[in-house]
Structures are given as C-alpha cells and as structure tokens.
Design a protein around this ligand. Structure first.
Ligand code: CUA
Length: 326
C-alpha cells in the first residue's frame, strides 16, 4: 500500500490527508521562492555586472512602495500558513467526546496498552476501522513519544502526567508504531504496530481475549484494598472525603474558591499529591499514594472513578466501564 509518491508514508487516518496537504503547501511555497530568488539573483548578477574597471553605480534612495509590497505579501503568505496550521492542529489535538478509550503506558523500552474492556497488549494496538480512538498515555520512567506515521499523529508520553492522542483509522492494515523521543539505549527498538481491522473482525478479536479484568473493575478492587472507600464512600458515606460518584467530567470547587474540571489529570494529582487541590469543605487529611502504586494501577483507579455513575448507587463496573451506567 505505497502512496504514489514513495517519499510519503501511507495515509490511513481521517486527518492524514490534511497534514499532507499542508505539508505540500509549505513545501510548494518554499520551493517557489527558492527558485524565484535564485533565478532573480543570477539574472541580476549578469544584468548589473561591472562592465568597466572604475564604474560607479547610480545611488538609490530607497522606495517605500517596494518595501511595503515585500512586507505585506510575505505577511499574508505567513498568515495562511498560520491559519491553516492552526486548523489542522485543533482537529488533531481536540479529542472528540465520543472516542473509545485505550490506556497507554510507555516504559524503557516497550509500549503497554490496555483497552477499556480489559484486553492488554504489548507493542501492538488493535483498533477497528472507522471508529474514533482516544489514547490516554503516561510513562513509567522517561519521556517517550507515541508516533504512528500513517496516521500523521504523535504525542509525547510524559512521566507524571497524562497526555492524549486521538485518531480514526480509515484503511485496514498494519502500520508502524514508533517511539519518537530518544529514551535511552534501546530507543530504536521501542517499536510496534497498530493493526487496523474491520469492525466485525475487531469484535472477534476482542471476543477471543476474554477472561480479562477491565481497568475499571481492577480499579474498584484497588479502591477497596487501599482503603479509599473508608473516606470516599460510594454512597457518600465516610464523609471525610468528597464522594466520587458522578464527579468525573464535572467541575468542582476548591477550598481556594477556584474551580477545576475533574479529569484524568486532576484525579491523578489528587491521588499522588492530595494537598495540591483540596475540594471545598474538606480538610488536608488524605495521605499521598506517591510511590505506592504503579502507573498501571493509577490508570485503573482513574478508570474506576470515571465509571462511577452519578447518584452513588452500588456500582459493578464489569463489561463496559467507559459508558457510565444509569
Ligand atoms: Cu521510548 Cu524512545
């Protein structure tokens, strides 16, 4: 599946053609001016060469008209690049709300992935064609970078925080996955593949990997064993910490009066550094879990809290934790 220009990797996501179009535009403009300037340069060298040994050129006082023109035209061209680039950027980095979530943990030197339905993969990611996929990514050690050239997208995977990436694959096939950030000795070996399948094939693949615990269910277990439930009761009991039912995705007010959105990053921070952003009405009594739980476990806790429905009924996140149950 090579493209007709062998220099360009195959194109297999909904926005890859936009990146290509912009890239060709940038290359085209650059090439045009490089040729124009070179041609004019050569022409002037010949046309205005010194013809007699003591020839003195006619003095030039300058021209406002000319200067205005050669300021405004490049400015307009630069602005087209800016506006176009911004549009492509926002398409790529604003994740659609209806995307299916996959958790990614990078470590020296492998990619660990887990689907919301529990299936785990290493250095391989199976996805269905025509469905939006959102990757929630973090690293166990150093900075890595999740890069799929065929989808024209990449994002840094940074220790201590979550970054996200989304794509919708358009063509079934197997595509390269690279680490695009030098991360130590075996950086070049930190590779894998994204396998894009027809939806039915994908469902079969998912079905063939049963018996796995979903991240949300594993998170619920952890929530019990770590003793979180004694303060953050699912039904609002406990009382020493805010109830977590239905808070994910909402806005909460802090002691300082500030408002924050409860997203992956906030939940993560509150587990590792509970004193950073305390919810209004509660004291700074939660211990930190820094160093006590792994990135995988953090992801599971986040998935569990995400799966809690509003209202605080007893929750059993088993099959599809991504969709809050009513
Ligand atoms: Cu991981 Cu380079």
């Amino acid at each position: 599946m090579q493209s007709w220009i062998p220099l360009v990797p195959e194109s297999a996501s909904t926005f890859s053609w936009q990146v290509d179009a912009l890239y060709f535009y940038l290359s085209g403009v650059t090439l045009f001016f490089a040729l124009l300037i070179s041609a004019v340069l050569i022409f002037f060298v010949i046309r205005y060469r010194r013809r007699t040994p003591y020839e003195i050129p006619r003095p030039i006082a300058g021209s406002h008209k000319l200067e205005t023109i050669w300021t405004i035209i490049p400015f307009l061209i630069a602005m087209t690049m800016f506006a176009w680039g911004a549009r492509v950027y926002f398409t790529q980095y604003k994740t659609p709300a209806d995307a299916v979530e996959v958790y990614v943990v990078g470590k020296q030197w492998m990619w660990k992935l887990q689907h919301a339905t529990g299936q785990r993969e290493i250095n391989q990611l199976h996805v269905p064609v025509g469905r939006k996929i959102k990757l929630i990514m973090t690293s166990e050690d150093v900075i890595h970078d999740f890069f799929v050239p065929a989808f024209r997208t990449k994002a840094d995977v940074v220790p201590g925080k979550y970054t996200t990436l989304w794509f919708e694959a358009t063509t079934p096939g197997t595509y390269h996955l690279f680490c695009a950030e030098y991360c130590g000795m075996n950086h070049s070996g930190m590779i894998g593949s994204v396998i894009v399948m027809e939806p039915r094939e994908f469902d079969n693949w998912l079905g063939g990997n049963t018996g796995t615990t979903t991240p949300a269910a594993a998170g619920q277990q952890l929530f019990q064993t770590l003793g979180c439930a004694s303060c953050h009761g699912a039904n609002g009991e406990g009382g020493r910490g805010p109830t977590l039912a239905g808070v994910f995705g909402s806005e909460t007010t802090l002691q300082t009066g500030e408002k924050v959105r409860v997203d992956e990053a906030y939940v993560r921070e509150s587990i590792l550094n509970p004193q950073a952003k305390i919810v209004a009405g509660f004291g700074p009594i939660m211990p930190t879990f820094q160093g006590q739980i792994s990135e995988d476990q953090l992801v599971q806790l986040v998935a569990f809290i995400k799966s809690l429905p509003a209202g605080g009924q007893t929750q059993t996140p088993s099959a599809s934790p991504a969709a809050p149950k009513k």
